[in-house]
Design a protein around this ligand. Structure first.
Ligand SMILES: [Mn+2]
Length: 434
């Protein structure tokens, strides 16, 4: 392969095995069609950056716009795969740079049959009428933002209109189930994303001081990630000082950090398509106040408890309930909830939501909030975040502590061990810069 990428790609046989596994779940005669994401236009001739459809990347390793994967499923899990690629030419090479050649795409994906996208309609006209069912991507996450039709949804509608007799099925539940458990090769990429994520935070700590802009912290992290070959932040970073530590999805990062503020950093690097995701909360002046430290210790205690009960066989919903019970104890200790309030809900203290209004864990992988079944049970090989927090707007104190873990046979492995989390370690690392 002549092609060089910013990241080290996984070997093509990883993607061959992933398609083998998908094919085993589908009845003979199925036709699978998965498209790349659209490139979103701006005014005039501009576009936003392409962001690959994670399901297509998961099945092919191809990070290029207008790519289509077609799989024809035979008896006993056999399958014939075709990859359609945007045709490249001299003009595209001059203006946009090289695109994948057919040979490059074969080498990356392990698919021998690579053609240009012009053949799409002709191939479907041949294969759809012969198929016993069409398996397309239809994301049905309950909290999905549905005002924009994805390319996959648009193509699905077009296929249904062109072939009204074709029976449509959704690939989403199957792919969500598959993507929940990471292969050893996927773990290489995820470990690197997490390593870079933690290393950026270590670079940052000695540089933080009062008077610094939230945007300057963002800039330091961006440089730390990019020079370690991350492509970008894995999501818009939250650098929130003072009262905004309590705004869960604050992303404007426009304020100056004042002496006495806490700064909440919810950050992550993307490497090879995989997302890191961590949160630390630090004192702008390098020293926690007694109250800030008390809240911090409570969040850390809940964090450690959550890590201790996350293991194979535990249902996610039950885990979240147990974390709420533990969190209630801390909120009473901090004087935020009364003993009576908590005792009134002994098995499931939903009253904690006044100060802790989000879930403790989400799956992590190609997407930051990775796809997962509606009611997952923890199992070996899954990767989850652990991110309890306590938010007290009346005190300008919001503290969240997040790490990413791999579930092992008998517990979890922290994937960001390089980032300090003990308050003393945070203070020591910050003092090193003063
Ligand atoms: Mn997270």
């Amino acid at each position: 392969m002549n092609l060089t990428l910013k990241y080290t790609p996984l070997p093509a046989d990883v993607y061959c095995r992933t398609r083998d596994r998908l094919a085993k779940h589908l009845p003979a005669g199925s036709l699978v069609v998965v498209h790349a994401n659209d490139v979103y236009p701006t005014n005039a001739d501009g576009t936003l950056a392409h962001h690959q459809n994670a399901n297509l990347f998961y099945l092919t390793g191809i990070d290029q716009e207008e790519t289509v994967l077609i799989m024809r499923i035979g008896e006993g899990g056999t399958h014939e795969d075709t990859l359609l690629l945007r045709e490249t030419n001299e003009q595209i090479v001059i203006w946009e740079g090289a695109r994948l050649s057919k040979e490059d795409a074969s080498a990356l994906s392990g698919i021998a049959d690579v053609r240009w996208t012009q053949e799409y309609n002709r191939l479907l006209a041949e294969w759809v009428p012969a198929a016993r069912g069409l398996w397309l991507e239809k994301d049905n996450h309950p909290r999905r933002y549905t005002y924009v039709q994805t390319r996959n949804e648009r193509m699905a509608a077009a296929l249904q209109a062109a072939y009204p007799d074709a029976k449509l099925h959704s690939l989403y539940p199957l792919l969500a189930e598959m993507r929940l458990v990471k292969s050893p090769e996927e773990m290489q990429q995820l470990r690197e994303a997490c390593r870079i994520t933690g290393a950026g935070f270590c670079d940052l700590l000695p540089q933080v001081k009062p008077g610094m802009g939230e945007w300057e912290i963002e800039a330091i992290l961006s440089a730390a990630y990019l020079r370690r070959r991350a492509r970008k932040f894995s999501f818009l970073p939250i650098i929130a000082a003072g009262a905004d530590t309590c705004v869960l999805h604050y992303i404007s990062n426009h304020k100056t950090c004042r002496d006495g503020d806490l700064i909440l950093c919810d950050i992550g690097a993307e490497y090879g398509g995989y997302a890191g995701d961590m949160t630390r909360t630090i004192p702008a002046n390098g020293k926690f106040t007694p109250r800030q430290r008390a809240v911090y210790e409570s969040v850390l205690a809940v964090h450690r408890y959550a890590a201790s009960i996350m293991r194979p066989g535990v249902e996610k919903a039950e885990y979240e309930r147990l974390v709420r019970v533990r969190m209630a104890q801390e909120l009473v200790k901090l004087g935020l909830l009364s003993r009576e309030e908590v005792d009134a809900q002994p098995t499931n203290p939903l009253c904690v939501r006044k100060y802790y209004m989000h879930g403790t864990s989400h799956s992590l992988g190609l997407d930051v909030h990775d796809v997962s079944p509606d009611a997952p049970t923890f199992a070996e090989g899954q990767v989850w975040t652990i991110e309890p927090g306590i938010y007290i707007p009346e005190e300008n104190i919001g503290i969240r502590l997040e790490t990413d873990v791999l579930i092992l046979a008998d517990g979890v492995e922290d994937l960001i061990p390089n980032a300090p989390i003990e308050p003393d370690e945070i203070e020591a690392a910050m003092a090193a810069g003063h």
